[in-house]
Design a protein around this ligand. Structure first.
Ligand code: NDP
Length: 319
């Protein structure tokens, strides 16, 4: 039996590439000197795409007229134009659940680093200031007594809530709908959530519907003791408004794993003292990334063996 042809636009983990090579005929676009020429030559044969964060919509799909499935690495899929894929009758899968605990761990770590300035305190020691200037200054913020508002109480948001509860935090949330069986207080608006809490945990997906949802008004509602943590997507926060709110004391601090224009982070943000920044490492342990990669492989294998995907993105019910 001939193996289905798969396109690999970007290099992926060895665990992914090795298994794809066994099961499929793999075409590595990232190795091509002339990508246009390669797509013109093999595009018509491609039936599946293993996609590691490459923008995907009509631009690439037009070169792949016989594509059936795009198996994306990661749970967020805002880099994929799902409407274009639906129009072209292309299945889109992602990698939910296998990263929930890792990202929730990172979120709590980032929260603690931000509130207690742990990164800055470590730099103090490493720079010799402990022996030179003395103890690191007392932090003006504490985690104790904080009320956490979760924007996006989904799979990861719930794993964060579980951890935050054990730290003694009160929890409330905002999403498009109130969830059955969830006892945390619900707010129909994000501004309402921000008014009710002082610690805003952003773990909502990117895309047009959430673009700049955390704006100047939401930050004002959060107030001068307010801390924003973002492990969702950079596009969800209006970064210019966030910088202004931090510079003027409208809010207290921020911990960010994601940014509007990654990997570029505004100098103005880096210059602020109560900001903790991480280079989008939410799920970035070898074990968790391997689990995500395995799900990419398993989705492709399942599709070509049974015609069914394991973890389609929600919109695929319309396929
Ligand atoms: P889920 O789909 O399980 O949860 C998303 C939540 O966001 C839901 O509770 C949903 O509630 C809410 N939501 C979605 N759209 C809107 C909207 N327009 N307005 C308000 N609320 C909305 O996703 P996951 O928990 O699995 O992942 C969440 C996001 O985390 C991913 O999309 C990704 O962007 C990010 N992520 C970041 C990582 C990192 O490395 N930093 C790693 C992994 C994920 P409702 O449907 O009721 O509106």
């Amino acid at each position: 039996m001939t193996k289905p042809d798969i396109l690999l636009p970007r290099k992926m983990l060895p665990i992914v590439e090795e298994q794809l090579d066994e099961a499929f005929t793999v075409h590595r676009l990232y190795e091509a000197d002339d990508r246009t020429a390669m797509l013109a030559q093999i595009g018509g044969r491609i039936r599946g795409v293993a996609n590691g964060f490459v923008a995907m919509g009509n631009t690439l799909l037009a070169d792949l007229p016989n594509a059936e499935i795009v198996a994306s690495f990661g749970v967020g899929y805002d880099h994929i134009n799902v409407a274009d894929c639906l129009a072209a009758k292309v299945m889109v899968t992602h990698t939910p659940d296998v990263l929930n605990e890792e990202v929730a761990d990172t979120a709590l770590g980032l929260l603690l680093m931000t509130v207690r300035e742990l990164g800055q305190a470590e730099q103090w020691l490493r720079a010799g200031a402990w022996t030179g200037k003395g103890p690191y200054p007392l932090t003006q913020a504490t985690l104790q007594g904080r009320r956490m508002g979760i924007f996006g109480l989904g799979r990861i948001g719930k794993a964060i809530a579980k951890r935050a509860e054990s730290f003694g935090l009160d929890i409330e949330y905002h999403g498009r709908t109130q969830q059955e069986g969830v006892d945390y207080p619900y707010h129909a608006t994000l501004t309402g959530l921000a008014e009710a809490c002082d610690t805003l945990m952003v773990v909502a997906p990117g895309g047009a519907a959430t673009h700049h949802a955390v704006n100047a008004d939401v930050l004002k509602a959060l107030g001068p003791n307010g801390i924003v943590i973002n492990v969702g997507r950079g596009s969800v926060i209006d970064e210019a408004a966030l910088i202004e709110a931090l510079e003027t004391g409208t809010i207290y601090g921020a911990g960010l794993d994601v940014f509007e224009d990654e990997p570029n982070v505004p100098e103005a943000l880096l210059a602020l003292p109560r900001v903790t920044v991480l280079p989008h490492v939410g799920s970035a342990s070898q074990a968790t990334r391997n689990s995500m990669g395995q799900l990419v492989v398993d989705n492709l294998k399942s599709w070509f063996a049974t015609g069914k995907a394991l973890t389609p993105v929600p919109e695929m019910t319309r396929l």
